[in-house]
Design a protein around this ligand. Structure first.
Ligand code: NI
Length: 138
């Protein structure tokens, strides 16, 4: 088994706020991340695809294709936008880094013509990173 990864970056704004909670509870849970006018991050995304290289091409997945899928489905949708208001793949989800990783997984996985999505890693800041290895993984 081999693994290939591709990185992408975008800057976006967001605000952590749950409709299930009162304003006071939201402030208590999310702290300054609940500030009404939001704030921004320089997100770094890494996707890892696993598989065996195709005997003809020597590739697990065509990195050109992976780059294009990331660019079209993730970066160009999210870049310079509000994750909460403007980004279709985040619709209906609180914009935690966990949900960004989950949404990117669901966006990318069906688009791969070869290989299997293994990991989505989203770095929201230097110190905050979330990794998602897919539904049902143990
Ligand atoms: Ni934030």
């Amino acid at each position: 088994m081999m693994y290939v990864s591709r990185k992408a970056r975008f800057s976006a704004s967001h605000r952590l706020h749950s409709k299930e909670l009162s304003d006071e509870e939201n402030r208590a849970v999310f702290g300054p991340c609940n500030n009404p006018n939001g704030h921004g991050h320089n997100y770094q995304v890494e996707v890892v695809v696993k598989g065996e290289p195709d005997p003809t091409t020597g590739m697990i997945v065509n990195l050109r294709e992976l780059k294009q899928v990331l660019e079209e489905r993730v970066v160009s949708e999210a870049r310079y936008r509000s994750l909460d208001r403007d980004v279709p793949f985040m619709k209906g989800r609180i914009s935690t880094t966990e949900n960004v990783a989950l949404s990117i997984w669901e966006t990318i996985a069906p688009q791969l013509s070869r290989g299997e999505l293994h990991l989505v890693r989203v770095r929201e800041s230097t110190n905050n990173v979330v990794e998602y290895t897919g539904p049902g993984d143990t």
